[in-house]
Write a protein that binds this ligand. Structure first.
Ligand SMILES: [Zn+2]
Length: 458
C-alpha cells in the first residue's frame, strides 16, 4: 500500500504521489516569534517531523521548509511592552522555539528562512500581482498594498467559502476597496521603529503575514511543491490568502494541503481567556521531553489531542515498557536487519496513523517479552530488531528519564552552536573546551554530517 494522505483542499484521502519521483518538498508554516512556544506549536512541528521521517525511511529525499515570522504586529507590540529592541526580542523568542524543537527530537528543517531576509522576494511577488491586476496600492495614497479579492474568483476555494459569507479582515480598512481584501504590505506607522520598515516601490512599509509564506515557499521550493502543512487554526485566513496570492500570480503552489488538529486541555480549547494554557515549563515538572514527544505523537494528527493530568505519566510508562524490553532483549539476542513490520507500514501509510503504528510497536514488545520468558532467542532477535526499527522511525527518545528545563536546554543549544562556530573557524581548542563544559552538564554529543544532536544523561 502506498502512502495516502488527507488533502484538506479536496477534503479527501488520496494517494500521495510526489511531483518529482523520489523527492518530496514540504512547506510548513513556522512560528511567529512573539512569545514562547505552546503545545500547539510543538504538536504541529512534530507532525511534520514524523511525516518527514517516514518519507526518508522510505528512501525519499525530503526538502522541508519551516519559516520564522520575525516581523509582525505582535512581535513589535510585545517587544515594546518589555522595552526591548524588536529584533533582539524576536531572536530570543526564536531561540526558545529552537531549544524546544531540539529537546523534542524534531529534526532541523532543510531551510528555516526568516521573513526579514526575504523582503525582496515579497516585493517582487507583489509587483507581479499588481501588474496582473490582483493587487493595488491603497486608495488613500499610503504605502498600504492590498490583494484584490474581487479580482480572483477562486478566492475561498481552500476553505470552500463564498466571499459573501466570509468574515472580513479585522485589520484597518484604510484605503481598501473591499472588506475582504487583505494587506500585502503595511505602511510604516510613526509609532513603530524605523528599523521595522523597508523601502518599497510604494513607500516605507513592512510585509503582511500572508505574503511572507507565498514568497518564501516559491524561493525555496519553486512554483509548485508537494505538501503545504500547518495547524488547523491557520486554514483561514492565512492559508486561504497564501493560496490566492500564489495562484493569482500563476503558480500552481501546493499539491496537497495538510492541517493538524489542535491540542485541548481536559476537553476544552486552549485559550488565553480560559486561562487553561499549559506552558512547556509546567509540562516538564510532570514529565520528560521524551514523554512529551511520545504523548504528542499518540493521537492521529487530524484528531484533537487532549491533555489530562495523567497524559505524561501514561506516556512515560509506555516508554518504560519499550525501554525495559530492549534492555532485556539486548542481553539475550542480536540485532538483525528486519525493517519494520508490514502492519506498522500500513498504519503509517494510512494518513500517518501514528497511534496505529504505536499499537503495532507495543504488540511487538509484548511478543518479545513472551519469547524472552520462553527462551526463544530467534524470536527475541526478530522482535528486538523490529522494535528498534520502529523506535527509530518514530524518533522516540528512550533512556531519557531526566527532565531538561527550557532554560538548561537553551544554554545547551547556545553552547552547541558556539562549538559548531569554533569548529568552522578551525579553533579546535575552543571546541574541545566547550565539549568539556557540555560534558560537565551531563550532555552527550553526537556529530552527524550536518548537525550535532545532544542528549542529556539521566
Ligand atoms: Zn504561512
Amino acid at each position: 500500500m502506498a502512502l495516502e494522505l488527507f488533502d484538506s483542499k479536496t477534503q479527501t484521502v488520496r494517494e500521495f504521489v510526489p511531483l518529482k519521483p523520489g523527492f518530496v518538498s514540504i512547506y510548513v508554516c513556522g512560528p511567529t516569534v512573539q512569545s514562547a512556544p505552546h503545545l500547539g506549536h510543538l504538536r504541529s512541528a512534530l507532525v511534520y517531523d514524523l511525516l518527514r521521517r517516514w518519507l526518508e525511511f522510505n528512501e525519499t529525499s525530503v526538502t522541508l521548509v519551516r519559516n520564522v515570522t520575525d516581523i509582525d504586529d505582535k512581535v513589535l507590540v510585545n517587544a515594546k511592552a518589555v522595552e526591548r529592541d524588536w529584533q533582539e526580542f524576536a531572536k530570543e523568542v526564536e531561540q526558545t522555539f529552537n531549544s524546544a524543537y531540539s529537546a523534542l527530537g524534531i529534526l532541523e528543517p532543510t531551510y528555516s528562512p526568516h521573513a526579514t531576509e526575504h523582503i525582496h522576494d515579497m516585493i517582487s511577488l507583489v509587483e507581479s500581482l499588481i501588474a496582473k491586476g490582483h493587487a493595488y496600492q491603497a486608495e488613500d495614497g499610503s504605502a498600504n498594498v492590498f490583494f484584490d479579492t474581487s479580482s480572483w474568483p477562486s478566492y475561498g476555494s481552500l476553505t470552500n467559502q463564498k466571499l459573501d459569507n466570509m468574515e472580513g479582515e479585522a485589520e484597518s480598512t484604510f484605503g481598501k476597496k473591499n472588506v475582504h481584501d487583505f494587506a500585502l504590505f503595511k505602511a510604516h506607522k510613526a509609532e513603530e521603529p524605523e528599523s521595522a520598515a523597508w523601502i518599497t516601490p510604494w513607500g516605507l512599509a513592512r510585509p503582511g503575514w500572508h505574503i511572507e509564506c507565498s514568497a518564501m515557499a516559491k524561493h525555496f521550493l519553486g512554483e509548485s511543491f508537494d505538501i503545504h502543512g500547518g495547524g488547523l487554526d491557520l486554514r483561514f485566513p492565512h492559508h486561504e490568502n497564501e493560496l490566492a496570492q500564489s495562484t493569482a500570480n500563476g503558480d500552481a503552489f501546493a499539491n496537497f494541503w495538510s492541517h493538524n488538529a489542535l491540542v485541548t486541555i481536559q476537553g476544552q480549547k486552549m485559550s488565553k481567556s480560559l486561562g487553561n494554557g499549559i506552558s512547556v515549563e509546567e509540562l516538564l515538572e510532570v514529565g520528560s521531553w521524551a514523554a512529551i514527544r511520545y504523548w504528542l505523537s499518540s493521537s492521529q494528527y487530524r484528531s484533537n489531542l487532549d491533555y489530562v493530568p495523567t497524559s505524561l505519566t501514561d506516556a512515560q510508562a509506555a516508554l518504560d515498557r519499550i525501554n525495559s524490553f530492549i534492555k532485556r532483549a539486548k542481553l539475550e539476542a542480536d540485532v538483525i536487519d528486519t525493517g519494520v513490520p508490514p502492519a506498522f507500514t500500513n498504519a503509517m501509510n494510512s494518513d500517518l496513523n501514528v497511534p496505529g503504528a504505536l499499537a503495532v510497536l507495543h504488540e511487538m514488545v509484548r511478543a518479545g517479552n513472551t519469547a524472552l520468558d520462553s527462551n526463544e532467542s530467534q524470536t527475541v532477535s526478530s522482535c528486538l530488531s523490529q522494535v528498534l526499527a520502529m523506535v527509530e522511525v518514530l524518533g522516540l527518545m528512550l533512556d531519557q528519564p531526566k527532565a531538561v528545563s527550557l532554560e538548561l536546554s537553551q544554554k545547551i543549544e547556545e553552547l552547541v552552536e558556539l562549538r559548531a562556530q569554533a569548529k568552522a573557524n578551525k579553533d579546535f581548542n575552543r571546541a574541545d573546551e566547550i565539549r568539556v563544559e557540555l560534558t560537565n552538564l551531563g550532555v552527550t554529543l553526537e556529530d552527524l554530517p550536518n548537525q550535532t544532536i545532544w542528549s542529556i544523561n539521566g
